[in-house]
Structures are given as C-alpha cells and as structure tokens.
Design a protein around this ligand. Structure first.
Ligand code: P53
Length: 476
C-alpha cells in the first residue's frame, strides 16, 4: 500500500563528514588525510592539493568547526531540532593514522564511542559513512591510493574494525561517499577524494581500475559486516546528478543516456554485483580495468548493498553540439545551461522536480530502499545586529525539494528510509574549502580566513526544520 504521508519511523536528520567539521587534525594521534593537504579555494578557484602539509598554506579542514571539542553542544542542538538520525563519517586517520597499521588507534576509536553514545542518549541513530574523502595521505604517497590492489586490505581492516567496535551502536552504514564523482576523471579533486589518485597520463584508465578495487572493497566490507551483525544495513552512496538532454534531438538524448550510464555503473555494480553492458563493452574496447579476477566477480555478487544512499543537489544538461556519445572526452565538456532553472551563488542549478525524477529512476533501476543522505543549498548568511539569521532562501530550497519527495513517497510508491540535509551545522565546504558557503540550520561564527569565536546559533531555518520533523513532514 502506498503511504499517504512520510512513513512512521522515517529517519529525519542531518549530514556532515568528519573532515569538514571535526578539526583537531592532530589530536588523539590522528594521521594526515587527503583532506588535510587541500588548501582553501573559492567559487571558480580550485583547492590546491599540496605535496603533504606545507608551511604558510591555509588548510581549512585542520580546524573545521572544532566539532571534536564541541560535539556535545552540537548534538544537543540536533536533538532540539528533533533529529531521529545523524549522518557523519569516521575519519579513517583517527583509527589508522597511516592506513597500513594492523592495530587501530584506541584514542580515535574512543572518540566515536563517545560521539555515538551522546547521539543515542537522545535517541538519535548514527548513520555512518566509512570513507568520505578521508583516505590516509600515507596510502596515497606509499601505495598510490586505490590505484593499488593492496589498499583493499587496508580499507577492509578499517571497515571491519569499525563494524566490530560499533556493532551495537550503529546500524546504518555506507561504504564510500559519492563514489561516482570520479566519473569526472580529469578533475584532480574528484579522483583524489574518491581514490587517492593524482592526475597522470591516462586518468580515465586509472579511474576505472581504482574504482573497481573500491567496489570490490565495498563488497568485501558488506560481506564481513553481515557476519559481524546480520542486522546491519549497509548501503552505497552516490552523487545523484541526472543529466538531461538539451533538446528532443535524438543525438542529445543518446548523449545524455551515455553520460548517465557512465555515472550509474558504480551503483549498478554495488546493487547488481555486476557491470552494466555498455560500460563492460567500453572497458573491453579500451583495455581498461585489466585487473579483474574470477574471485572479484564472485565477491561483487556476494557483497551487494542493502540500500542506495545518495546526495542530490542539482541536475545538469548536456548538448551533442559539444561532443557525441561515442567520442566523450569528459562529460563536463558537454554541459550547457538549462534555461528553465535558476542557479545558486555558486552556479549550482536548483531543480526540485529533478529529485522526484531521481527517486523514481533509482527505484526503477535498483528495486531497493533509498536514503537521501544529502540535499541543500550553499549560501551566504547575514548575521543581524541582534544575532538572528534570516535564511528564507534555505527554507524555500528545502521546502520545494521536500514537496517533491513527498509526492514520490505518497504518489509514486518510492520506498524512502530517510532524509538528512547536508551540513545541518555550517561546515567547511568540500568543493571550495570555504566557510562562507553555508548549508546549516545552525550558524557557526567562523570566516574564510579561519577567524571567529566558533559560537553556534540557531538560524530561522532551525525552527522551520524542527516543525517539519515534529509533524513528520505534514507541515513543510
Ligand atoms: P560543497 C561535488 C558535487 C556535488 C557534491 O558540496 C559534492 C561535490 C564535492 O564538492 O560533495 C558533496 O561543500 C559531499 C560533501 C560536500 C557536499 O556535497 O562543495 O558529499 O562532502 O560538502 C556539498 O558545497
């Protein structure tokens, strides 16, 4: 039966990632991660990935918003909003500072015990991403990141250590954040954050091999996780960005289909345990992903995911005027403006209907429960003299998206587990390293230069979202 509202037990909450808010980059024995070597950028100014931590550079993730020191206060605010769940990641480098140790770092494990206990005290269910752009830098330097099959073992040791330690505290897991970002294989940020790869001579070939190792690592983690606790729900996590054809010209339609295929294959493997035909044929033609063993094939089939977690921010539109389906250099090259959509101050299109479309697409493709684990608007906020923050643009964005989500659930029969808008408290932007690109219901007093008191305050959207949760989405 199709629900007439959001289901009972719907997981309302918010999402963050360790590297974007914890700070304390060297506390409790934490090692250096890929996020620790990325400088601050801006809209149109890419973050620089430096060769280790260099003097005189601004690395905003080093201090984040000091969630490490403020988590009790912050979780109390989440509880005040009525959160049923809280999505964060476990910083790999707190548990294995270099990544290749055999024994975990107790101080790191203890931090997440304390954090999860704090959440559970309020009845907030932790939702945990294992790898959210946080690979140990040592694994990049010594092993070439996921370009090296050995890294599967290091990841698996990390994953199973977390599963065992938190088996009674955490039920919902995701193996790799936005694993499909690297479809944009010539983008240094995407391949570094997903795979620990540096750009080289053939980025596309390197990406397909590394992503294959990640998918094998994910499948092994699912298998091991289920042995540790059969009740675990272990999901994929993709950046769902639908690519629309610019016109009804069949060449545009075919191009859009091709680009979508070259993004969907990651979650296809996660969900089906096998590669889709088009990508398989392409890899064969190009001689990519040559290291694929018979054992890999079995593992992929045995370690399929329980649900599809995804982020949704925007749609993109492509034109065959900029490249046809059989000669794709980079999907980014085919992108054109969509005249029907407005864009944010950072140039991201705003497309609520695209979310309903996506919920239907993913349901038809995978026949699995879905979990919207990121959605939101990055915007500049103004603090008034009395300390209040009026952010109607944020409420407007989220409300319009939730209206579409509600239709997908009540009219289209989509099985949706929950909704955790991104950056429920202001954090360092992943893409730009800015503080000023804010998503939060909770404001944090810190600027792009790293100055500020770190004081937390409630924005207008805080009270709006509190009521959404209180009414289980009946009032948006
Ligand atoms: P920021 C690119 C495109 C879409 C989502 O992004 C992305 C990225 C990488 O920037 O990342 C996800 O902070 C990611 C979060 C990130 C959030 O979206 O660039 O999972 O870590 O903060 C928003 O505005």
């Amino acid at each position: 039966m199709v629900a007439n509202s959001f289901p009972e037990g719907f997981l309302w909450g918010g999402a963050v990632a360790a590297h974007q808010l914890e700070g304390a980059w060297q506390s409790g024995g934490k090692g250096v991660s890929v996020a620790d070597v990325m400088t601050a950028g801006a809209h149109g100014v890419p973050r620089e990935i430096t060769d280790g931590v260099l003097p005189g550079k601004n690395y905003p993730n080093h201090d984040g918003i000091d969630f490490y020191g403020h988590y009790k206060e912050d979780v109390a605010l989440f509880a005040e909003m009525g959160f049923k769940c809280f999505r964060t990641s476990i910083a790999w480098t707190r548990i294995f500072p270099n990544g290749d140790e055999t024994e975990p770092n107790e101080a790191g494990l203890k931090f997440y015990d304390d954090l999860f206990d704090e959440c559970l005290e309020y009845g907030i269910e932790p939702v945990v991403t294992l790898a959210h752009f946080e690979m140990p830098w040592h694994l990049v330097e010594e092993y070439g990141g996921f370009g090296n099959r050995k890294v599967i073992d290091f990841y698996l040791n990390f994953a199973t250590t977390c599963f065992k330690r938190y088996q009674d505290k955490v039920k919902y897991w995701m193996t790799f954040n936005e694993i499909d970002n690297q479809a944009d294989f010539n983008n240094d940020f995407a391949v570094m954050t997903n795979s620990g790869l540096k750009l080289g001579d053939n980025n596309e070939a390197a990406m397909y091999q590394a992503a294959h190792y990640e998918l094998v690592a994910s499948a092994l983690a699912v298998k091991e996780g289920k042995k540790i606790n059969p009740d675990f729900m272990i999901g994929a996590m993709i950046n769902y960005t639908p690519f629309y054809p610019a016109t009804s010209d069949p060449a545009d339609i075919l191009l859009a289909q091709r680009i979508n295929q070259r993004r969907f294959w990651f979650s296809d493997v996660h969900a089906w345990g096998e590669y889709p035909k088009e990508v398989e044929a392409y890899l064969e033609r190009k001689g990519f992903r040559s290291d694929f063993t018979a054992e890999d094939q079995v593992v992929l089939k045995e370690g399929t995911v329980d649900y599809i977690g995804f982020s949704y921010y925007q749609s993109m539109t492509v034109s065959a005027k900029n490249g046809d389906a059989d000669h794709l250099i980079s999907p980014a090259d085919a992108v054109v403006d969509n005249p029907y959509l407005e864009t944010s101050d950072w140039g991201w299109s705003v497309d609520p209907i695209g979310l309903r479309y996506g919920l239907n697409e993913l349901t038809d493709r995978y026949h699995l429960p879905l979990f919207i684990v990121e959605n939101g608007l990055g915007a500049v906020d103004q603090v008034e003299e009395d300390g209040s923050i009026h952010d109607p643009y944020r409420v407007d964005y989220l409300r319009k998206h939730l209206e579409e989500v509600k239709k997908a659930v009540t009219l289209d029969g989509v099985d949706l587990m929950g909704y955790t808008p991104w950056g429920c408290i202001d954090v360092v932007s992943a893409g730009t390293g800015q503080m000023s690109k804010r998503y939060g219901f909770i404001y944090v007093d810190k600027d792009d230069e790293g100055k500020g008191t770190l004081a937390r305050s409630r924005k207008d959207s805080f009270f709006w979202y509190q009521n959404v949760i209180k009414t289980n989405g009946a009032e948006l």
